[in-house]
Every structure is written in C-alpha cells, then in structure tokens.
Ligand binder design. Sequence first.
Ligand code: SF4
Length: 421
Amino acid sequence: MNVYDSEIIAALLQEKGLEEVTSPEKADVVLLNTCSVRELAEQKIHTRLGQLRIIQETTNPTMIMGVVGCMAQNLKKSLLQKKPYITFILGPDSYRNIPKILTSNRTSSRVIDTHLSSMELYDGLFPARHEGINAWISISRGCDKFCTYCIVPYTRGRERSRSSESILQEAKRAIDKGFVEITLLGQNVNSYRSSSGGFSELLLQLAQLSGLKRLRYTSPHPQDMNDDVIAVHKDYYPVVCDHIHLPLQSGSNSILKAMNRTYTWEHYLSLVEKIRSAVPTMSITTDMIVGFPGETEKDYEDTLDMMEKVRFDAAFMFKYSPRPGTKAAILVDTVPEDVKSVRLNRMIRLQNKHTLEKNQALIGKKVEILVEKESTKNPYEMMGRTSTNKIVIFPALKVKPKDLITRTITDAQGVTLFSKP
Ligand code: SF4
C-alpha cells in the first residue's frame, strides 16, 4: 500500500514540475512515507530520519524533510516536537496538499495535516510508476474491521471503495504502459463494494482486460471471502492467479475473539477446503501473530494444530507488539518476551517444514513462470514467479522479462524452486 501511495505522491510532485533524483544529497525535498503497523517499522523511520538529518547538516542544508503516511497520522505533534528539522507532517488522506505546501511555504513554517477524510480515494490521479512487471492498484482505502491489535482503522480512517470505472481506467493505462501483472490492494481488499458490484464483479471485469497476463490481490479478510470470488478464481485461471494470502492470525477461537477477527478456526478451515476443492493447485499463505495478550500454551498449540491442518505454502509470522491507541494496547501483555520468542521460533520451524514439503511436491511438475529479471546471484540464470507466487530460478536462455514460459521444476530449497536443464 505504501509503494502505491508513494507512486501517487510522486505523480502529484511531477505534476508540479518536480523531478525524481537518485539520492537525498541531491534532493530539494525528501519525503518519508511511513508505516505504523508494527513497532519495528516505526523504529526504522526514526533511524532513517537520523541519517537524513546528518545529510542535511553536512551536505544539503536546504533540504526539506516531510513525514507522511500512517506514522505521521499516528504520532503527529510529538514527531515534530522531537524532530524540529521536519518541515511537515501529513496523514494518508492529505497528500494532495504536498505541492501547495512546497510552493507556498518552502521552509518558513511547519505544517501538520492529519485530517482523515471519508471521501479521499485519490481518484483521477495516475500513479508515477517505474517501469516493471507488476502494477499495484489500490481499490479501496481505510478499514472498518477494527481488529483489536491493529492501528490501521485509526491511521487510515473508514473504509471506502473507488468506482470500478476509475479502477478499470487505471488498469488499462498500466497495461498500455507495459505492465503485465496487476495486484489489487486494499486494507481489506475483498470487502470492496461499488455501485457496479462487489469484489468478485470487479475481479471478473479486470480479468477480461486484453494484455493482462496475471491478476492478484492482497489482503482479503476471511469473513468477506465468498463463493463468487472463489468461482472467479476457478473460471478465470490462469489470469486470476491460484494464490490467496488469507490472514489467519491465530488458530484459537478465544484469541480470534479477543482479536475481534470475526471468524472461527472452523470457518477458516471450511473456507480453505472450499477454495482447494474449487482450485486444487491454489497456494494459500497467511499472517500469524504469536503472544497476543491472554494467549495460553493451549491457544498456541491450537494454532500450530491449525497450521498442520491447513499446511500453508508460506506465512508471515510475528511476535505481538502493542500499538498505542488500539484496544489491545490496554490489555495486560501476559506473554513474556522470551516465551513469545520461543513460540515464534517453533512456529517458523514448522512453517519452514511445510513450505519445503509443499515446494518439494512440485519437483517433476511443469509450472508456468512469469519471467521477472536476471538472478542476483548468477548472470546466467533468471528468476520468475509461478502463478502460485513462488520464486523459480532457471537458465537465462532465450527468455526476457514479461515472458510467460513453462518449465519443469527440478529442485526446491526453502522458499525457492529451481528448474535446471
Ligand atoms: S482487517 Fe483488521 S488487521 Fe486488517 S487492516 Fe483492518 S483492522 Fe487491521
């Protein structure tokens, strides 16, 4: 989402005649587009701001620094107070103000605008994308789910969807510019709703666009995953990829309830079964949190049990960290840090085992690969991705980026597949 928002901001700046440069030393303006979803993301911004401050003091004294995005929304004045060298702070709904701030106010006064809008969708702006394979397209903004650990509804506001016409127009333009894959984005992408229909109708319309090789989306909420979406996966494969990233977060119903995730593990499992019976090759990946307040050893074991039942292709796994301002932040953090670490490490080992087993099962099978680029490790090899979103390394013979090729998998190591002659 932040990549997409940065492209929107770049488009706004380019409209005003600003050009992108390659380093902060050469920049008149540096904007940090920030994330608040985990504590680590915020820490990284503090470090980056410190580095930029040194550049400002030593080599680029007129450089203007702005902090935008969720962390700006979340920390507001305290960020300006602690870092007086920041010129402006803008929340995710205030990017349209950037050109005005830069032209009217260069360095004289400092600006904070964190007004959340129920309307802002940045419609009519075409993101300034660098040439590439995949174009991110945001179809909605904000979230109404209020999971108790999550800061997003407070930093990005209420959920609202773009019109399907505007999304289709942006998608066509991206395809005309040479993008062959589109990934639809939304905090809760499958709760999309416009006057011309819901998420399945939008997927269906996009899947029929000429020139589009692959269509993906992230992240859906299990509660909003329905039969119509599953049917589009089945009917429009291979354009609609056989991969769904479906965040589970926990395999314990009491923890899911405390997280306000609004589904049970039984519902999630029946969804997985339905998806796999419609599209047997479907790869399912997930997000997991360990050590949520109140998570007992039994809750944790239930989560591992759920992982055994589902056997995810891959997972992003995190230790719970309280985000100030959320409902969960006022709960007592009952799981000690060392216990969280032990639980996380065991979970990662289990997932690594499942990932490897899933990938080894592909050895000897033919897969379709969208060629992306030269391998970073070997110039005689290239990397690409399967429709199931797995990375494959193969010889760089007569192929170029954006080609769709079919190859047989010969080896699997960790998350990577190999296709050797
Ligand atoms: S669905 Fe839950 S985790 Fe996802 S953005 Fe909304 S509140 Fe956050």
